[in-house]
Design a binder for this molecule. Structure first.
Ligand code: SF4
Length: 196
């Protein structure tokens, strides 16, 4: 690269930085930045609620109903429920079976790898309370003992329609609370599908 090119690229970068700084200061001074961040937050919530990427995690028999919800008969994708195989690209942790004490650490690790704002749905009695394994020596009494749950879907197993309804309720909650982090909404009352 010759000297002229270096000079041009240096000047371009400086210009972008200078314009960026001036714009940033102007936005801060006029509170427009605050306004834009609220507006953008609302907009991302509005768009995000219709594309809830769910971690593709199957634990036990409820996972069969999760799979059934994605087939053409129920077609959960038409509501924006899309299963992804990486926690780093997921918004929702759908727990669909009993959590053994051995599996408690890995599932918390998956939860921690998900970006905020993230949500947890407990599907089926096993995920809610341990189900048939309630007070068993090696099963947690519900996933909410290790991860905050936003929506409970009772049943053994809940049908795909109930699962889709659960996502609908979560969507309503997202609209109501906005994009607050899971830690910030710890006091928020969870939703129980079928309890309204
Ligand atoms: S709640 Fe029932 S169907 Fe679901 S994982 Fe537990 S035993 Fe299986």
């Amino acid at each position: 690269m010759d000297e002229g090119q270096n000079y041009t690229s240096f000047n371009s970068r400086s210009l972008v930085e200078m314009v960026g700084n001036v714009t940033d200061e102007a936005l801060k001074a006029t509170k427009i930045k605050q306004f834009l961040s609220v507006l953008a937050g609302r907009f991302f919530n509005w768009t995000g609620r219709k594309s809830l990427f769910t971690l593709h995690l199957g634990i036990k028999c409820c996972a069969i109903e999760m799979a059934a919800s994605a087939i053409p008969r129920f077609d959960a994708e038409r509501f924006g429920v899309i299963f992804r195989s990486s926690p780093r690209q997921s918004d929702v942790l759908l727990v669909n079976g009993p959590i053994s004490k051995k599996f408690a650490d890995p599932i918390v690790r998956l939860w921690e790898q998900m970006p905020e704002p993230k949500y947890c749905i407990a599907m089926g009695e096993c995920a809610i309370s341990g189900g048939p394994y309630f007070q068993s020596y090696n099963i947690l009494e519900g996933v909410d003992t290790v991860i905050p749950v936003d929506v409970y879907i009772p049943g053994c197993p809940p049908r795909p329609e109930a699962l889709i309804d659960g996502f609908g309720k979560l969507r309503e909650k997202i609209i109501r609370i906005g994009g607050v982090t899971s830690a910030e909404r710890e006091q928020d009352k969870p939703i129980i599908v079928g309890d309204e």
